[in-house]
Structure formats: structure tokens, C-alpha cells
Design a protein around this ligand. Structure first.
Ligand SMILES: Nc1nc2c(ncn2[C@@H]2O[C@H](COP(=O)(O)OP(=O)(O)O)[C@@H](O)[C@H]2O)c(=O)[nH]1
Ligand SMILES: [Mg+2]
Ligand SMILES: [Zn+2]
Ligand SMILES: [Zn+2]
Length: 380
């Protein structure tokens, strides 16, 4: 068993986990040469985040994250695998890696508070487990901002592992790993968390006196969210759903169009059997869909960019305009979701229709069985 007192490397930032450096102010880990590194020193990027709420992007590939996980697997005794309840998607690569490793792993579906209000009791975790392809009892739901909810997970850790164990936190960006770390141990008060995805850049190792164990927060996987490499920090923050995502319930006919800001638009090309299709669109608040007719798409994008269609900002709109765009046709029936990565999803609750998704080329819409729909749903 490892020494639980072994905490973060003093040469790494306790905010974001990258090694300190004094050469390049524009890259992560920078501290001015005049600063003497003490136990509370954080890098300039983290300092700006804490004191000015200024989030700065920093690139990190999923391959590098996988490398960090493999390295940490040599030392850790178990893992907490995070899933974002608002954007649940299986990660077979990580699932296989953890399964081959064979050590205890708990799946935690965090940010459950964002969607729980729409379900009758128990319904949400059952649907999430089905979408993730796991059994309902193998995952816990959590709200990392709520003390009682965090306690469920720390109790699991306490029951499962002896004192002195080391546990890693893995999963997609912005699923609340660092928020959990901070809620679970007071020693992690310097760890940076932010609504902008991609805050943690290296392993943040914290020994918790309350747990008598070491928690290792690993940076998140980014490829689930196609907007991260493209949009500016402010736009990326605007794409976070906050406390309660937006729901628009309506019925659409052929030629109707929903604009998710200026990022993605979804047109109904044809309805089958009936002349309308009943849908519910779930999205981050700032991306609440604007309903119009297909022929007005271009005009609305021009006229309302940055205003009514607040995301993207003018700078990001320029970036997006320079990229190739394409249309993808997808046919959906009642009980299916059209998943718009990073932007939410559309559920068909009545009828059947052919949709056309207009978005930059890199955007990949997909389908799944409805997350929020059917008998489990609490109509509110
Ligand atoms: N509503 C809600 N927000 C959360 C929850 N957990 C984290 N957040 C928010 O999600 C954002 C990303 O959290 P962070 O811990 O930085 O994610 P990480 O990238 O996985 O480390 C922050 O703005 C948090 O406040 C949760 O359970 N519920
Ligand atoms: Mg983090
Ligand atoms: Zn830092
Ligand atoms: Zn922007």
C-alpha cells in the first residue's frame, strides 16, 4: 500500500496539474521568475481563473490523457469513472482498459441534478444505464455540488478500499471530476474547476485526511465535444447547461427549422403518416432553439448572430463561416433522440419524420433511444 501522505508533486501546479515553468508566459504552468514556489503557488492560468474568472484554453489530446491513465494505473488501487448525465455516452476504449486492469471501478453519473426533475423516481438512472450499456446497479448518480450526494460516493470508496489506497478519477471533460475532488477533500481547495471544458491538464494528486486515501484527478477526454478545439472560452462556457437545461416542447411540420444558436440547425424535411411531428428539444439555456422556417435560416443567421443567436460570438462565427458545412439526413420515430453533440438533443415523442442537420463538417449527429421520454417521464 502506498503512503497516503504522498501528495502532489511540488513542481506541478496544484490547480491544473501541469509542471511549473518560467520560460513561456503563453503556455500552461507559467509562473513569473520572481515568484518563489510555495505550497499554495498556482500557475498564471489558474491564478487568472480563480481571481478574474478568466478561462484560457490549452490543447490536450485524448491520446495523452490515455497515457496519463495508463501510467496512473500502475499505482492506483481503483477508479471512479465519471459520466456526464446531460451528455451520456459510452467510452468503450476506457471501459476495456479499466476492465483489463481488473481493479474495483465505480461508474458515477454526475450532474444528475440537471435532468432528474424530468423523471419519476428511479426512472432516470434506469434510462441512463440503458444508454450506457451497463446494469442499473453498477452506477451511482451524483450531484458533485451537493454534500449528501458526494457522501454516497465517498462512503463507497471507504467501504471498498483500505486506508492508504490510491483512487483515480477518470472520464470526459466537464463531468465534474475536479468538483468532486474539491467536495470530497478540503485539501483540494486549490484544484481548478471551471465551466470551460479542459481546465485540468495533468494529474492532480491530493491526499485526503478525511478519507485516509489519495485521490488522483486525471484530465478529461475531449473528443465527445466537437466544439472544444473550435470555439473561444466564452462560447464554450455558454454551451454549459448550468443548473437546469432548456426544454422546448412543440410540434413541427415540413419546412420548419430549429436554430441552435448559429452552431447547428435542424430542419424537418418530411413527416410520415401525420403532417406533424411532436418533439422536445433539450439544450443548454444559452442555446435554447429558435424556431423559424427553413427559407429564413440564412437571413436569421446574418441578422441575429451575437444577439438572439448569442452563440457563437462574432469572432467564432467568423471561424465557423470559414469552415465547410454540410447537411446530414436522419429519420427518427417516436421514442428516439437525435443527439447533437455539445448542443443537446431532440426527442421525438409523437410521429415520425426525416430531419436534416446543417452544421460544420466535423459535427456528427447521432441517434439513440430516448433519454427522457416514455413512461418514466414526469411531465412538468
Ligand atoms: N449542476 C451541476 N454542475 C456540476 C456538477 N459537477 C460539476 N458541475 C459544474 O460543471 C463544471 C465542470 O466541472 P469540473 O469539476 O471542472 O469538471 P472536470 O473537467 O470533470 O474536472 C463546473 O462549472 C461545475 O460547477 C453537478 O453535479 N451538477
Ligand atoms: Mg477537472
Ligand atoms: Zn495551473
Ligand atoms: Zn466565441
Amino acid at each position: 500500500m502506498k503512503d497516503p501522505k504522498k501528495a502532489n508533486d511540488p513542481n506541478c501546479c496544484p490547480g491544473c496539474g501541469v509542471p511549473f515553468q518560467q520560460e513561456d508566459p503563453e503556455t500552461p504552468g507559467f509562473i513569473p521568475p520572481t515568484v518563489v514556489i510555495g505550497k499554495d503557488t498556482i500557475c498564471r492560468r489558474c491564478f487568472r481563473l480563480v481571481h478574474y474568472r478568466q478561462a484560457t484554453k490549452a490543447a490536450l489530446s485524448d491520446e495523452l490523457v490515455l497515457g496519463m491513465i495508463r501510467k496512473e494505473m500502475e499505482q492506483s488501487d481503483g477508479a471512479i469513472q465519471f459520466v456526464d448525465a446531460f451528455q451520456p455516452s459510452p467510452n468503450p476504449l476506457l471501459d476495456n482498459l479499466l476492465e483489463e486492469w481488473g481493479k474495483p471501478t465505480l461508474k458515477v453519473i454526475n450532474k444528475y441534478d440537471m435532468i432528474s426533475g424530468w423523471f419519476r423516481s428511479g426512472g432516470g438512472s434506469r434510462r441512463l444505464a440503458e444508454i450506457l450499456g451497463i446494469s442499473k446497479d453498477s452506477a451511482l448518480t451524483m450531484n458533485a455540488l451537493d454534500h449528501a450526494s458526494v457522501k454516497k460516493v465517498t462512503s463507497w470508496i471507504g467501504r471498498r478500499f483500505p486506508c492508504g489506497s490510491r483512487i483515480m478519477l477518470v472520464g470526459p471533460v466537464n463531468s465534474g471530476k475536479t468538483t468532486f475532488l474539491r467536495s470530497a477533500c478540503s485539501e483540494a481547495h486549490l484544484a481548478s474547476r471551471s465551466p470551460m471544458p479542459g481546465t485540468t491538464l495533468g494529474p492532480v494528486i491530493v491526499s485526503s485526511s478525511m478519507l485516509g486515501m489519495t485521490l488522483v484527478d486525471i484530465p478529461g477526454f475531449r473528443s465527445e465535444d466537437p466544439w472544444i478545439p473550435i470555439l473561444c472560452p466564452d462560447c464554450l462556457v455558454d454551451l454549459q447547461p448550468g443548473k437546469k437545461p432548456n426544454r422546448l416542447t412543440t410540434s413541427l411540420k415540413a419546412g420548419d427549422l430549429l436554430l441552435f444558436g448559429g452552431l447547428v440547425s435542424v430542419e424537418v424535411l418530411e413527416c410520415f403518416r401525420m403532417d406533424r411531428v411532436g418533439i422536445a428539444a433539450f439544450s443548454p439555456e444559452k442555446l435554447a432553439p429558435h424556431r423559424t422556417r427553413a427559407e429564413r435560416e440564412g437571413e436569421l443567421l446574418e441578422r441575429h448572430a451575437g444577439g438572439l443567436l448569442a452563440v457563437p460570438c462574432p469572432g467564432c462565427r467568423k471561424t465557423l463561416r470559414e469552415l465547410p458545412w454540410s447537411r446530414t439526413e436522419i429519420r427518427l420515430v417516436k421514442g428516439q433522440d437525435l443527439v447533437l453533440p455539445g448542443c443537446g438533443w431532440i426527442t421525438v415523442w409523437q410521429g415520425e419524420a426525416l430531419f436534416s442537420v446543417h452544421a460544420p463538417d466535423f459535427f456528427r449527429p447521432s441517434t439513440r433511444s430516448a433519454l427522457i421520454g416514455g413512461d418514466d417521464v414526469h411531465e412538468c
